[in-house]
Design a protein. Structure first.
Length: 122
C-alpha cells in the first residue's frame, strides 16, 4: 500500500510551525500522533495539550494515541497524573477515550497501570 511515516521530537514550549521548518517534516500533516510517556510535570500539561491540539487541527480526522504510565500521587501538585492530562484535553473540547489498561508488571519500575487513550477533536 501507499503511506509514509515520520518522526519528530517536539519542544512543546516552541512553535510547532517553526520547528517543522527546521526539521523538514510537517507534523501537522499527520493522521496519527503517538505520544508515549510525555507528561510528568504539572507545568508541562498545558503546553503538551496545546501542541497536540495544533497537530490534530492540521488534518481532519487525525487522532492522538497517548500512552501513559501514571506514577503521580493523587495529592501531588508537582507531578502530573493522567487525570490532569485528560482534564486538560476535555477542557479544550477534545474527546478522550481510554482504550486499553495494561497491568504495571509489563514494565519494570514504580508506577500504576499503563493507560492507552485516544484523543480527537470534536
Amino acid at each position: 500500500g501507499q503511506g509514509s511515516a515520520a518522526c519528530m521530537a517536539i519542544d512543546w514550549t516552541r512553535s510547532v510551525d517553526e520547528q517543522a521548518k527546521v526539521s523538514g517534516v510537517d507534523p501537522c500533516e499527520c493522521d496519527v500522533v503517538l505520544a508515549a510517556e510525555c507528561v510528568w510535570l504539572a507545568e508541562l500539561v498545558d503546553p503538551f495539550v496545546q501542541t497536540v491540539l495544533r497537530l490534530l487541527r492540521g488534518r481532519k480526522g487525525s487522532v492522538c494515541y497517548c500512552v501513559y504510565r501514571d506514577r503521580a500521587q493523587e495529592e501531588s501538585t508537582t507531578f502530573a497524573g493522567m487525570k490532569m492530562v485528560v482534564d486538560g484535553f476535555e477542557g479544550s473540547g477534545c474527546a478522550v477515550k481510554l482504550v486499553q489498561r495494561l497491568p504495571p508488571n509489563l514494565q519494570k519500575g514504580p508506577g500504576n497501570d499503563v493507560l492507552v487513550y485516544t484523543i480527537t477533536l470534536p
